[in-house]
Design a protein around this ligand. Structure first.
Ligand code: EPZ
Length: 440
């Protein structure tokens, strides 16, 4: 046993409290144009349903290009709590076997921290015929009901009751049907799709979500032997199987992480290659960045974004894919805060997704909100200040604002950021930003 005598200072330093008061924060010194290339990680919003899909088959599932995100850890922990064998030893690779599940419950304390946990409903019902999943409750950006998930599973023959805040669901064998979603829902489409692949007979999902993450899930399910076509369109057709084999799948690149770097390059007058980025995944966001004066070109290894001296203000309205992604609204608003002219932003997907605005105002942004409309009057310069992250994409927009603000910006409570971005500060520093993480 090697005994080391610690220098005086370390020997007696009080251990840092690791309670909530010891949260991490980011310190940013603004004014640098971002240059160079940055690799995009696997997509959070594809990885989460794909991890849930491993509940559908026996044997060991192998998922690669798995991003190192808090939400991915939470989903893997949920499956492990149910009895799945989860192996994360190899970086970027997740191996999951779900044959020895001992219970079929997603508890409130976990679901309330990550609502995507409800994605275990469909696969548990399809494979095990039972589950008990806490209703997620609301979150910072809105009420976020799951009525469409439950309606779709009921249409497939599930018997669903709500008891003490939990969804209790049973199904002997799900039966294929035609189901029309009342609203466009990404995880609703994914939940019902995962149930349909083991249902008896054919299922047609109409008014389905078109997001690329739905297509990536469908690809993972096809690697298990599922028969699916029409994913990426409004009508998805599934022929149910008696059983599936374990998946081997590489998660698609994260289009929102990529879009966040694109916005950062565009608003800082930078020149960045977003490695692994697929321009078509940005949908209307790419067009809007071009309208604002940025140049975006798809190259072999990803897409290149060149920002002008100063962006021009443009209007945008969020909508389901391929419309302007709501997950990019806060980031583009940060870009418009320093653009030339005024921009009208409309958030139509979630009812409360302007939590970043009061914090941006502290940085000197000039933004007026009226219902779901925000008018952003571009200012010459933002001024560094201490701001508070409130939700995942809001925190990203505060980091972007800090990159262009004069002086020093501190973004607190960045555990929100860690849910959807892996080591964002390291990636931005690699592009020349002056940014460091510290524990308050
Ligand atoms: C997914 O959330 C994403 N999350 C969200 O990303 C994203 O913002 C959202 O889709 C929209 O693109 C994951 O994929 C894990 P919805 P989801 O169901 O599926 C209403 C991020 O930052 N609705 O498409 O929960 C709902 O209230 C996160 O990465 C119902 O009314 O979103 C909302 O107004 C944030 N009933 C609208 O539909 C339902 O049963 C769209 O929600 C379901 C949804």
């Amino acid at each position: 046993m090697i005994t080391r005598t610690l220098p005086e200072s370390i020997a007696y330093s009080k251990p840092k409290p690791r309670g909530p008061e010891a949260m991490d924060a980011l310190k940013i010194k603004g004014g640098k144009a971002l240059k160079g290339s940055v690799r995009v990680g696997g997509a959070k919003n594809a990885a989460l349903p794909i991890i849930a899909a491993t509940l559908l088959a026996e044997g060991e599932n192998t998922i690669t290009n798995m991003p190192a995100l808090a939400d991915v850890d939470t989903m893997a922990k949920l499956l492990a709590m149910m009895g799945a064998e989860v192996d994360k030893r190899e970086k970027g690779v997740l191996r999951i076997a779900t044959d020895k599940l001992k219970d079929f419950e997603a508890p409130y304390d976990l679901v309330r921290t990550m609502r995507a946990s409800v994605l275990v409903l469909g696969p548990l019902l399809a494979r095990y015929g039972q589950c008990r999943v806490s209703l997620p409750g609301g979150c910072a950006i809105g009420a976020r009901p799951i009525d469409q998930h439950l309606k779709g599973l009921t249409a497939l023959g599930a018997d669903i009751t709500l008891v003490h805040g939990y969804v209790e669901a049973k199904a002997s064998r799900l039966k294929g049907t035609t189901f029309i979603f009342d609203v466009n829902t990404v995880t609703g489409t994914e939940n019902v799709l995962m149930a349909a692949v083991l249902a008896r007979g054919e299922t047609v999902l109409r008014n389905a979500a078109l997001e690329p993450e739905v297509v990536d899930l469908a690809n993972a399910l096809r690697s298990m032997g599922a028969e699916i076509e029409g994913d990426g369109t409004t009508d998805i057709r599934v022929v149910g199987r008696e059983g599936l084999s374990p998946m081997k799948h590489a998660v698609m690149p994260d289009r929102i992480e990529a879009g966040t770097f694109a916005a950062a390059a565009a608003m800082s007058g930078g020149d960045v290659l977003v490695e692994g980025g697929v321009l078509s995944h940005l949908g209307a966001v790419a067009d809007k960045l071009r309208d604002a004066g940025a140049k975006l070109t798809q190259e072999a290894g990803g897409y290149r974004v060149i920002g002008p001296k100063r962006l021009k203000a443009i209007d945008f309205t969020t909508a389901p894919y391929p419309g302007f992604a709501t997950d990019m609204q806060a980031q583009l608003m940060a870009a418009m805060a320093v653009a030339e002219g005024s921009s009208v932003v409309r958030e139509t997907v979630f009812e409360n997704r302007y939590m970043h605005v009061p914090e941006m105002t502290r940085l000197g942004a000039d933004i007026t909100i009226d219902g779901n409309v925000a008018v952003v009057r571009g200012v010459e310069k933002l001024m560094g200040a201490t701001v508070m992250a409130t939700d995942l994409r809001a925190s990203a927009s505060l980091v972007l604002s800090g990159l262009v603000a004069e002086g020093e910006t501190v973004v607190r409570r960045i555990y929100h950021l860690d849910r959807g971005y892996a080591a964002l500060e390291k990636k931005l520093a690699g592009l020349g930003a002056e940014i460091t993480r510290f524990s308050e």
